[in-house]
Write a protein that binds this ligand. Structure first.
Ligand SMILES: [Zn+2]
Length: 142
């Protein structure tokens, strides 16, 4: 692949990713929820796993203490797909860096309190992820 075509491929992926991440009902998250729902499981959406911690998870199975984060490749700085926009480079790189730090801190806080976390990237196979999540939830409830 030439440098030129590689570059245009990355930037088109980035803009697609940016478009897909505006609201909380981003499409990878919806897809994952639907797959989990089809496995017969119910969950809370966009809530705090621990009420005294100001951190939300995208999908929460409270009784099983399983929390799922669906990370957009752009906003959460995926190592494979994050690519700095050409404009406002400094702004974006510091913003994404802060997001990643906050993510890591959230994962640490919840893991310490006995939560099993699934961090699912939007580029991952969502159907497969839903199956793994369902297995974990069922085994922790049993
Ligand atoms: Zn990615």
């Amino acid at each position: 692949m030439t440098n030129l075509s590689k570059k245009s491929l990355v930037s088109s992926t980035t803009s697609k990713v940016m478009r897909a991440n505006r609201g909380r009902d981003t499409s990878p998250e919806k897809k994952l929820r639907h797959s989990i729902h089809r496995q017969g499981l119910r969950y809370a959406i966009d809530v705090r796993p621990e009420t005294d911690l100001n951190r939300r998870a995208d999908i929460v199975f409270r009784s099983a203490r399983v929390a799922v984060f669906v990370n957009g490749c752009f906003w959460h700085g995926c190592v494979r797909h994050f690519c700095e926009p050409k404009k406002n480079r400094a702004y974006w790189s510091s913003k994404i860096k802060k997001n990643r730090e906050r993510d890591r801190q959230t994962y640490r806080l919840l893991t310490r309190r006995g939560w099993k976390l699934f961090v699912i990237w939007e580029h991952q196979d969502l159907e497969m992820s839903a199956k793994k999540i369902a297995i974990e939830v069922r085994s922790r409830r049993a």
